[in-house]
Design a protein around this ligand. Sequence first.
Ligand code: 2IT
Length: 450
Amino acid sequence: MHQYMQRVYDEVKARNPHEKLFLQTVEEVFESLEPIVEKNAELYEKYGVLERMCEPDRMIQFRVTWADDNGMPHVNRGFRVQFNSAIGPYKGGLRFASDVTLDTMKFLGFEQTFKNSLTSLPLGGGKGGSDFSPIGKSDAEVMRFCQAFMTELWRHIGPDVDVPAGDIGVGGREIGYLYGQYKRIKAVWENGVLTGKGFSYGGSLIRPEATGYGAVYYLVEVLKHFGETIEGKRIAISGYGNVGWGIMKKAMHLGAKVTYFAGPDGYIHDPDGVTGEKLDFILEMRAKDPMHCKPYADKYGVEFVPGTKCWGVKDVDIIMPAATQNDVNEEWAQKIIDSGVKYYIEVANMPTTNEALAMLRKCEHITVAPSKAVNAGGVATSGFEMSQNSMRYSWTAEEVDERLKVTMKNIYAASVEAAEKAGLGYDLVAGGNIAGFLRVADAMIAQGLV
Ligand code: 2IT
């Protein structure tokens, strides 16, 4: 590592010794930035660019007290990490999951800054959430939790300040309850304060599908580079939430199919692909019980393999981890390499451990695409939702979808160009990190030491 980067990395490590996820992403990004920092070290050092990028603008933590349906009190922890506002208001999702800690929020907020920059929209980086999980809670409990959460959060956010959205555990229902409470407290119509809203009160068409659609649009560009098309391709994914579901749907539109998908209880193998009415069944199954995908196998008479992941299966062309962080470790990476699959397209935020990522990138028969670029269609469409709210207007599904497609093509092209310029050849991982970094760094330098 360049000595300036090494110094900053050592400081970050000393300051955050227990934050494994945050240190993992900082290390991954720094490794990619090496050639760029090497060239401009003096300038970046003079403006403290790297050390400022690794320390959030501010971090808000609060207690969320709510009562369950039996009147029993519960205390959860709420977070909002406002990471970087060099290029726009803080923007990023809220994650409600039992394993959420400040470390999770910092890793996600750091990644969000680079991802949002890649969209070329005016969006800074932020992330928030709680260690509350909506799984197994009643609708009334989720509503009371969301209201209690927003009663603390509202004073820190706003359409020009910080604009949260959904992530794991936060979908349309939660965003609705959060917005209702924000509006009640502020007594103004500021629907640009949250994205991922329902269409009836200012949500954007295509937002629920956008992350998955965007990932497939990005994939199409990668295939094009190798003279291939998506038609007839078989895809294995993990996760079947909004993101996985969007991948299944767009793959179907474009003549490909998801033939494997994994959930918390094991994986499904459906050689005909998840298409047609099966897509609606996925939604139903998830709403009833998000912890089990076995009912899909029971309903359609296909194979279910309990207690394991589908990484390493031989009869697919593309792998897309779309569940959560560190889904693929060294052991799974080896299985993926041995399977002979050619495309490893990250979709979830940081789905690969750094060690596994290094193995996959080194493997000559595999092309790796990084999640910061691949999943950026979600937040880009949130940016479109903000634009529509500002205009007090809404675009048709076709208009939004077209903008999403163009955005994904641009992100891909910018990544390829950034890697080539840095002398790295065709390297989508480094190219994505570099392209995202350059815009934020430029804005931070222009705005001085703040
Ligand atoms: O990880 C992500 O990019 C999201 N969860 C979406 C963020 C957003 O503001 O739409």
